[in-house]
Design a protein around this ligand. Sequence first.
Ligand code: SAH
Ligand code: SF4
Length: 340
Amino acid sequence: MKNIYGITKEELEEYFLSIGEGKFKATQVFEWLYKKRVTSFSEMTNVGKKVMEQLTLDFSFEPLHLLTKTEDIDVSKYLFELEDKNRIEAVLMNHDYGNSLCISTQVGCNMGCHFCESGRLKKVRNLNAGEMVRQILAVEESQKVRISHIVLMGIGEPFDNYEEVIRFIDIVNTPKGLDIGSRHITVSTSGIVPKIKEFALYPKQVNLAISLHAPNNEIRNQIMDINKAYPIEKLMEAVRFYLENSNRRVTFEYILLKGVNDSLACAKELSSLVRGMNCYINLIPYNETSHIEYKKSDKNTILAFYDELKKNGTSVTIRREFGSKVSAACGQLRASYKEE
Ligand code: SAH
Ligand code: SF4
């Protein structure tokens, strides 16, 4: 049985037409789910008794099961258990512009980036849209907050689960639903070239972030297996296609790993690589994890890298460090639970 939170408003309209009801009922159900936040079909008092009963037969309603919550200043981390006992996590960050939730899109990840906990544990399965939507609802419910921004940067590679990710965006973007603006949603990819091209033609103004992490193939091959399938030239060609077609700006994420990709020569090469593109670089201090040998770059190295990019005319920001105390980097919480 499909969970009701994984259904788009359009699909729900078709469903109502198919059972001989008016499609406006879909709007009513969306309001019950996402505005009034009821927890059963029997509370949807304006849809009619017959419809309530039919919905109960056709859809399930379970929320996500919250296993643990860990809190630090400005960041809380959630570990959820799914119906099949798999575990995923979400991270809530309080910014001055609002609350942003980092959600998972898969159980594990097959891209095999050498610095990443999620990759170390391999993909078990894709999440469906309903499981992504319910991460938002569960956090809002637990924390009593409104989430204004969503980043798809938790466990998993969103473009390895493209269809459900697009369905998720559709659901949370629905005006009578959660109504999270597309400009407040960011999808992050390790660089699956065909999907970047497909996403370039996607009409909603969703932000795209590319996990670049190296200025050349030699270094990128060492830290990201996906670079062997889609090397930097192919990746950049796809990003150019995206920029031309979407009229949007791209973010390149760049984790600074001590002695690997943090030299001034790397910064110069990175500037040349992105010159002329409508983009900016987001430098990410690496979150060290006990299972992986990479170390984070020193503060001074990070600042020097930043200055070198600026000097070469590249737009750059340094990501504020969130939650190193609560193992906030992608996949760390789930990984530590798996070891226990
Ligand atoms: N799979 C997608 C999205 C999830 S990972 C992607 O790779 O883009 C989200 C971001 O977290 C990526 O940029 C990833 O490289 C980064 N990341 C992974 N492990 C990290 C760590 N230990 N410290 C800091 N960033 C990390
Ligand atoms: Fe997967 Fe992203 Fe981690 Fe790479 S960084 S292993 S793509 S989750």
